[in-house]
Ligand binder design. Structure first.
Ligand SMILES: [Zn+2]
Length: 434
């Protein structure tokens, strides 16, 4: 990804730097090429050189670019899970994925960890973004998801003669699990996404269904993936499934819905991060009837929502880490709504907005394995920055409205927000000069 050249100064903002420090009023940032070279009180800003671009935060908020920690660019706002595998050919899904990546960046998400991909699109989408072929978040890519035969993602009985080539690799036993990971190694993925447990949304399983993969299969996935330097995560709702994944050596847990004391303890032993993706459940309950979800499925989502919220509170209270990612890509939970996850955790789960922002920035970057590069606003880090009109800490829902974004900055380049529009940028700069 081409970084910026030259200097930019952002000033007159309230700084949330993502490190856990309290927000700083009258803060300023100096960007030198693609990195941050000063961050702190405006009074301490080094002398501004001629030719420096000035960005006036106008009393708004300066924060790290957001990290979507459970991103499915290839999920194209489907109204039924089954549509994912059969509605469109790979060529069209690839174009939709590129459009979703562009949208995520416009929404202030400068980085994203893929939580599972149709075909091997995310690996190549990542390459296209890094090569500046198409705009999008910095990505870590996963590929086709691994699920046991007859598990959550294997819903087509044989008589339908419909394969599942694009969405999942179906495995029977440890040998096939190893073979699936080896295929993903060749594909170039960084994260292996698996399905250890069921889900309220699926026709043949529920949110307490544990054995979509056996422990032996999960162990085989982890051993093979780690051998090749890949990380492993899994869709884990049921309590025993979460514990199986943690005992098998998983590097992250998606959802972590029904955690008991032992699950929390296992989680903390290796400091394994969890991405709850809970707004999806809320949207499924509230908007599900509009899209024909059955009462049984909606009740399941409600139970998942309650259990997931309780687990999220317990994970953080116990000192665990949590990323913010929302499983966006369904009709009731479409791409573009990413920041609703953050609002949901403040308003419905009752978390402090500063905690939620840290989950959505610093922890997200750590989950991606890129904590040294971005996720906080510190000297030497990549200049992935969001400048927003208004007090995000006071009202986190401001992040849902991209018309409030002054600038979305990635690697020092202005990629979104009002300043991405050249005429607006000139106006701001001339008003600065006066
Ligand atoms: Zn997902």
């Amino acid at each position: 990804m081409q970084g910026a050249t030259g200097f930019k100064v952002i000033k007159n903002g309230k700084l949330f730097d993502g490190t856990g420090s309290v927000p700083l009023q009258n803060a300023a940032l100096l960007i030198e090429n693609d990195r941050i070279s000063y961050v702190g009180p405006e009074a301490g800003l080094p002398p501004v050189l001629e030719g420096t671009t000035l960005i006036d935060a106008k009393g708004g908020t300066i924060l790290p670019g957001l990290v979507e920690a459970h991103f499915h660019p290839t999920y194209f706002n489907v109204a039924a899970l089954e549509d994912l595998d059969i509605k469109y050919p790979v060529e069209y899904v690839t174009l939709l994925a590129a459009a979703n990546a562009r949208l995520a960046l416009e929404c202030g998400y400068t980085s994203a960890r893929s939580g599972g991909s149709l075909f091997n699109i995310d690996v190549w989408l990542k390459k296209a973004i890094e090569s500046d072929v198409t705009p999008g978040p910095r990505m870590t890519a996963s590929g086709r998801e691994i699920c046991g035969v007859g598990g959550l993602m294997d819903w087509n009985p044989d008589f339908r003669k419909i394969g599942m080539e694009g969405l999942v690799l179906l495995v029977n036993g440890a040998d096939e699990a190893r073979a699936a990971v080896r295929k993903l190694v060749k594909d170039g993925v960084e994260w292996v996404k698996t399905y250890p447990t069921g889900d309220a949304a699926a026709p043949d399983t529920n949110d307490h269904h544990t054995l979509c993969m056996t422990f032996e299969e999960m162990r085989a996935v982890v051993a093979t993936a780690h051998n090749h330097g890949l990380k492993v995560t899994g869709h884990c709702r049921a309590t025993e499934g979460i514990k199986n994944a943690l005992r098998a050596g998983y590097d992250a847990i998606e959802h972590g819905t029904f955690m008991d004391d032992e699950a929390i303890e296992l989680l903390l032993q290796r400091d394994v991060p969890v991405v709850p993706a809970l707004y999806f459940e809320y949207a499924s309950v509230v908007r599900g009837p509009e899209f024909g979800l059955s009462q049984r499925v909606i009740d399941g989502h409600q139970e998942t929502l309650d259990g997931g919220a309780e687990s999220a509170r317990r994970i953080l209270a116990a000192g665990g880490r949590m990323g913010m990612g929302g499983d966006y890509g369904f009709a009731w939970n479409p791409h573009g709504d990413y920041a609703r996850e953050l609002t949901f955790f403040v308003r419905h789960v009752g978390l402090d907005p500063l905690v939620v922002l840290k989950c959505a920035t610093k922890t997200g970057a750590e989950i991606m394995g890129r904590g040294k590069d971005f996720g906080t606003l510190e000297k030497g880090k990549l200049a992935d920055i969001l400048v927003v009109a208004g007090d995000v800490v006071g009202d986190i829902s401001i992040l849902e409205d991209k018309s409030r974004f002054v600038a979305v900055i990635q690697g020092g380049l202005i990629k979104g927000g009002l300043l991405a529009k050249p005429q607006m940028a000139r106006l701001t700069l001339s008003s600065q000069a006066q």
